[in-house]
Each structure stands twice: as C-alpha cells, then as structure tokens.
Design a protein around this ligand. Sequence first.
Ligand SMILES: NC(=O)c1ccc[n+]([C@@H]2O[C@H](COP(=O)([O-])OP(=O)(O)OC[C@H]3O[C@@H](n4cnc5c(N)ncnc54)[C@H](OP(=O)(O)O)[C@@H]3O)[C@@H](O)[C@H]2O)c1
Length: 287
Amino acid sequence: MPERNIVLITAATGNAGPHAAAHLLEAGARVRALVLPDDPNAGRLPEGVEIHHGDLGDPDSLDAALEGVDGVFLMWPFFSLPVDTAPAVLKKIEATARRVAFVSSVGVHIGLEPVDNNCHAYIEHLLERTSLEWTFLRMTGFHCNAMAFAEQIRNGDVVRYPYGAATRTPVHESDLAAVGAEALTSDGHGRKKYLVSGPEELSQAAQVRIIGEVTGRDLRWQDIPRDAARQAMVDSGWPAAYVDGSLDYFEALSKEPEASSNVVEEVTGRPARTFRSWVVEHVDAFR
Ligand SMILES: NC(=O)c1ccc[n+]([C@@H]2O[C@H](COP(=O)([O-])OP(=O)(O)OC[C@H]3O[C@@H](n4cnc5c(N)ncnc54)[C@H](OP(=O)(O)O)[C@@H]3O)[C@@H](O)[C@H]2O)c1
C-alpha cells in the first residue's frame, strides 16, 4: 500500500459505507467519510474514521475532504440527488486521487441500464473518460433490500409483493465493501468491471422462508398484481420510471435467475456470506 493511502468514502452513512470504512481501516488505510452536515446517521461509522462535512450536490464543498486523498470509495445517492454535479465531482477527484472503486449495478452488466439513464451507467461512462484507476463493483441486490419485507413480517405472517419467484443472487453489504476496500488498497484491480454477487440463488419467496426459519415463524409469500404494487411504490415517492424498470427486471428474474459470480472469494480470499447469516445479524428488525 502506498504511504499516503487516504481513502474517502462518499454516501458513507448508508448501507454499505460503514462496512467500507471497517474494511479500509482493517487494511491500514486512513479513512475519511463525506457526511452531510446534519446527517443523523454519522454515528454508524466506526471509530477512527475522520468525518468531513460536504455535499455531492455542491462540488466545492468536497475540497477539504479530498485533500491528499489517494482513493475514493464512490457511491452516488441516486434516490436523493440528481447526477448533474457528477462531472464536476469526478474532475475534483481526478485532480487529487489515483484510484476509485465505484459501486455500480448488475443492470449495467446485463445491458439493462443505458448510459443516458442518469444512474450507474452514466457515472461508469464518466469514469472511463478519466485518467483514474477505476474499478466498477456491479452489484446484484444487497441483502439489506430484504428490509422492505420487515414491516409486513412484524405485522403478520404473509409478505405481499409481486414476483415471489424472482430469483436474485443477493450479496452482503460487508462483502461488497470488502471487494471495494481490496481494490483501493492493493494492485491489479484497475479498469476491472466486477460483477459482485452473493453465493446463492434465492427467490424472493425463499428469502422470506429463511427469515421465517431464523425467527421461528411460518412466513409465506403471496403474489399481488403488478399494478397494485406499482401504484403503492409510486405513491410512496419512488420515481415512476425506476419502479417500472425494477418491476420489469423482477418479472424477467421470475423466468431466469440473476447473474452471479465468484468475485467476492476471488478478490478477498473469503467465501461470500449467505443470506441466512445476514438475517441472523438483523433478526431484531423482523420481530
Ligand atoms: N441496494 C441495492 O440492491 C443496490 C444494487 C446496486 C447498486 N446499489 C448502489 O449502492 C450504492 C450504496 O447504496 P447504500 O444503500 O449504501 O446508500 P444510499 O442509500 O444510496 O446512500 C445514502 C447515503 O448517501 C448520503 N447522501 C444523500 N445525499 C447526499 C449528498 N447530497 N451528498 C453526500 N451524501 C449524501 C446519505 O446521507 P443521509 O443519511 O444524511 O441522507 C446516506 O449516507 C448506491 O449508489 C446504490 O445505487 C445498490
């Protein structure tokens, strides 16, 4: 690892950021987290992380956080922030850093996300045009997406959504973070486009069954019509185009399982964690 290995994590207090911080600290990096000034979740970051206040929507606010940085664990909070400022943010990163690990999506890997979608594919496109040593972590679904089932499970034994047969290869947030930390602290990962998946194919209904086994309950899945789910998702604030895209994807996954890889083990030397292990860690959320 180079002497000046300072790594900045963006979107640091989300689901993956605290894990990224833990793995980077373990690898011996000096870790900074870019955190919005009034972020109530800053306490989720492990001890030893230097907090820098800044906003990805205001590129000049990143100057202090980026000073002397060697690597950036880049995540873009697509749900809450448009990508208008991404070109300026990447220019600032390119001016100081050598490496970027960007958390992208399986959607790019399988050609579902076009570059003009203003999402992961667009940021990959921008990074490819920089002099940075970039590594793309094209994620399948995070294990924590199963938190979407938690409220229904706390209130009853049936989870109602469309496409229970949709089969994903979900990945533990800590595993994706470990791959990114490795890419930023060791050689040989530049210009790699990694598909990062978990170790098993699991339908949505199977995920609910596993939550039932861990909590000692007889939980069941019940498919509901797509239109009803779409309306509920749009009413709760999800962008309509995103809702349609993800429902199309789940319909496709009902016929053919999601892509998978052995990247976690190949890059970290440790087997990828199972969904069951994630449920055990988060069992209280389902009680
Ligand atoms: N979930 C999946 O299955 C999946 C699959 C593929 C790819 N991904 C990608 O994985 C990445 C990480 O996801 P995640 O769930 O860990 O995090 P996330 O929900 O995308 O990001 C949330 C984080 O971003 C921060 N944030 C919001 N607006 C900001 C701004 N203007 N400037 C700086 N920070 C801001 C939030 O702070 P506050 O807490 O203060 O709001 C929070 O720390 C995302 O880019 C996502 O697209 C996820």
